[in-house]
Ligand binder design. Structure first.
Ligand code: FAD
Length: 641
């Protein structure tokens, strides 16, 4: 029997990025005793890496902007697969969330007349991204952390304990969401009772008991070889939800950001922010041609410049010119770069050229893009004020995620479990616009915290965590220490998984390769069941990776299975064998559910795929678009309706 410490809280938030912190602040302000738990150091999350900015239609730089235009851009970017109610709430509430940040102490860059400055970004009709140079995420996290400290100081005054109502457990990992049966006793009546966790430094297990858990664990990028994501993005929240019985939505949609570093190999994949293009940077191939003019798809033709001169004029006079095609949504730009490289017109290290040096004075580059200047100088010995950067696509973001209720962020079928931020699906449809993640974190982080607090307050008798569940979670977590002879090295498995996903389920997909990926993933699951580590539980990175592997394999199976099923190309899902976007697929969602009961044989499929229909888009929202545009996206029967 595993003896583990148990603590009681009202709400447990898993993840301390923008979504988790915003959820925790809201839950605590609504009176819930709230615990935040994060895998890395407090303050080190993906949110901190966000460079370009946060999208909100404040209209500070162009008064034409409003929530309706932002909603339209978001739906177009997502190729109309977005959960439209989420896109509507997001567009309406994002400005309030940015202004709120300012009242909490965030210092955004300003316009000459003192308002929050907003910059251009791909797919956004107007300058919309509030920013702090190219370090916006850092300011966002700093502000949210400062707010948390302020709340803790209030608690100290009232209770003599800083952590009385809001406590952060840093460098601790959750391996299971725990559930308990409520009185009916059937599986459908199981509800959340807490989380099973371990402290990374000591290896000590503990349980946080709570009637409400918010998952805010971010994305899945570490399952791909070339990625802008850091070690934390192993799809933990996605897997925790699945294992608890909550389905994932549209996992085939993975965003490959068009511009990651391609050289030197040690930094391959690190992000080059879209602000470089938003501020005037252009893409050229090895022949010096601005090739993006050749890649404007029909659905976007009316909105994008046809000549370099018109594109360049747009930066000064956006009301009378169309935007340059370098600012098309990310999926379009990533595919175009991929095609240029394949056609032999790439840069020496397998990317294309991104140039700001001939477009702005050096002093302006250093002021507008300070992190990019230092990143290239220090990591690649390239001075971006004097020469172009070499860039290529890198796995960046997952649009698919935990299926949630748009209003409350509640998951499907698991009472007490909520999800917000990158781990949640639906908001971005098949492709996210840059800047729409930071706003998503704040809008839905707040909603998740609010509804989790309400759920906890409404829970009468607190659900008890059974010793049997704790024992099962402890046994699972310790399994890598009991591996038999011939144990597999988790590092090797990790690398093989990344190669499979990158090469067979990457930016351009083919039926045969995805089927091969699923076979290889099954073989890898068998080997991963024998993953073994040496040593002890005190800070043991091999052990941590062995535990992450379960999550990465589950999530990768979801991505591959859904990608094989969707026989069209849309947003972040490009099939060479099904190259066009099919209107008949518009109203189709693909849900990944765990096979129940989980098969004992590790080679057996873990995931069952279910097709569901999207909710019909509300007529007043459809009325925001021209009929001719809707005809390009909506299925025949939807148009009829
Ligand atoms: P994160 O900020 O990643 O936080 C996840 C948290 O979960 C972390 O605290 C982690 O430790 C914790 N966690 C994970 N697993 C566990 C576990 N098992 N147990 C406990 N804790 C766990 N978006 C924009 O809108 N604008 C931008 O300019 C922008 N730039 C970007 C630049 C880069 C380089 C990258 C990588 C992304 C960028 N994005 C941008 C995307 C955006 O930053 C992310 O989508 C967003 O920050 C995700 O926030 P989150 O709160 O969902 O997750």
């Amino acid at each position: 029997m595993a003896q583990v410490e148990r603590q009681q809280w009202d709400v447990v938030v898993v993840g301390a990025g923008g979504a988790g912190l915003r959820a925790a602040i809201e839950a605590r302000e609504r009176g819930a005793r709230t615990a935040v738990i994060c895998k890395s150091l407090f303050g080190k999350a993906h949110t901190v890496m966000a460079e370009g900015g946060i999208a909100a239609s404040m209209g500070n730089v162009n008064e034409g902007d409003n929530w309706q235009v932002h909603f339209r851009d978001t739906m177009r970017g997502g190729k109309f697969l977005n959960q439209w109610r989420m896109a509507e709430l997001h567009a309406k509430e994002a400005p309030d969330r940015v202004w709120e940040l300012e009242t909490w102490g965030a210092l955004f860059d300003r316009t000459p007349d003192g308002r929050i400055s907003q910059r251009n970004f791909g797919g956004h009709e107007y300058p919309r991204l509030a920013h702090v140079g190219d370090r916006t995420g850092l300011e966002l996290i700093r502000t949210l952390q400062q707010k948390i400290v302020q709340l803790q100081q209030e608690d100290f005054k009232e209770y003599g304990d800083y952590e009385a109502r809001l406590k952060v457990f840093q460098e601790c990992t959750v391996t299971r969401v725990l559930k308990t049966e409520s009185h009916g006793g059937s599986a459908a009546e199981q509800r959340v009772s807490g989380t099973f966790c371990y402290e990374r430094e000591s290896g000590r297990f503990f349980v946080l008991e709570a009637p409400a858990v918010v998952l805010a664990t971010g994305g899945i990028g570490k399952s791909f070889k070339t990625t802008s994501n850091s070690w934390e993005y192993t799809g933990d929240g996605h897997a925790l939800a699945l294992l608890a019985g909550a389905p994932l939505l549209n996992m085939e949609f993975v965003q490959f950001h068009p511009t990651g570093m391609v050289w030197p190999p040690s930094v391959k994949g690190i992000l080059v922010t879209e602000s470089v293009r938003g501020d005037g940077g252009v893409l050229r191939n090895s022949e010096g041609k601005r090739f993006m003019f050749d890649y404007v798809p029909d659905v976007f033709k009316e909105k994008y410049a046809e000549s370099e001169a018109e594109g360049d004029r747009w930066y000064e006079d956006p009301d009378h010119n169309r935007r340059p095609p370098e600012l098309l949504p990310r999926d379009e730009v990533a595919r175009a770069i991929n095609s240029e490289v394949k056609a032999g017109r790439g840069s020496p290290h397998g990317g294309v050229f991104l140039d700001v040096s001939t477009r702005m004075p050096a002093e302006r580059i250093k002021r507008r893009l300070p992190s990019m200047y230092h990143q290239f100088k220090e990591l690649a010995d390239v001075d971006i004020t004097a020469e172009p950067m070499e860039v290529g696509p890198t796995c960046h973001y997952v649009m698919g995620g935990i299926a949630v209720d748009s209003e409350s962020a509640a998951t499907v079928g698991v009472p007490g479990l909520f999800a917000a931020g990158e781990v949640a699906g639906g908001m971005h449809g098949s492709n996210r616009l840059g800047g729409n993640s930071l706003s998503d974190l704040l809008v839905f982080g707040r909603r998740a915290g609010l509804h989790a607090a309400e759920h906890a307050a409404a829970t009468g008798e607190r659900p008890a965590v059974s010793q049997a569940e704790v024992d099962a979670a402890a046994t699972e977590a310790l399994a890598p220490f009991h591996a038999v002879e011939g144990a597999e090295n988790p590092y090797t498995l990790h690398q093989e998984l990344q190669t499979i996903m990158n090469d067979l389920v990457g930016i351009i997909r083919r039926e045969g390769e995805m089927a091969e990926a699923l076979e290889k993933l099954a073989a890898l699951r068998v080997r991963a069941s024998r993953a073994g580590v040496e040593g002890h539980r005190q800070f043991n990175p091999g052990w941590h990776l062995a535990l992450d592997l379960r999550n990465m394999l589950l999530v990768s199976e979801c991505v591959a299975r859904a990608a094989l099923e969707r026989t069209e190309s849309r947003g972040g899902h490009t099939r060479e064998d099904c190259p066009s976007m099919e209107r008949s697929w518009r109203p189709v969602n693909l849900l990944c559910r765990p096979v129940d009961p989980p098969p004992a044989d590790p080679a057996a499929d873990r995931i069952a795929l279910v097709r569901t229909r999207t909710d019909p888009i509300r007529p007043d929202l459809l009325a925001l678009f021209e009929k001719e545009e809707l005809v390009k996206y909506l299925a025949e029967e939807e148009l009829f309706e």
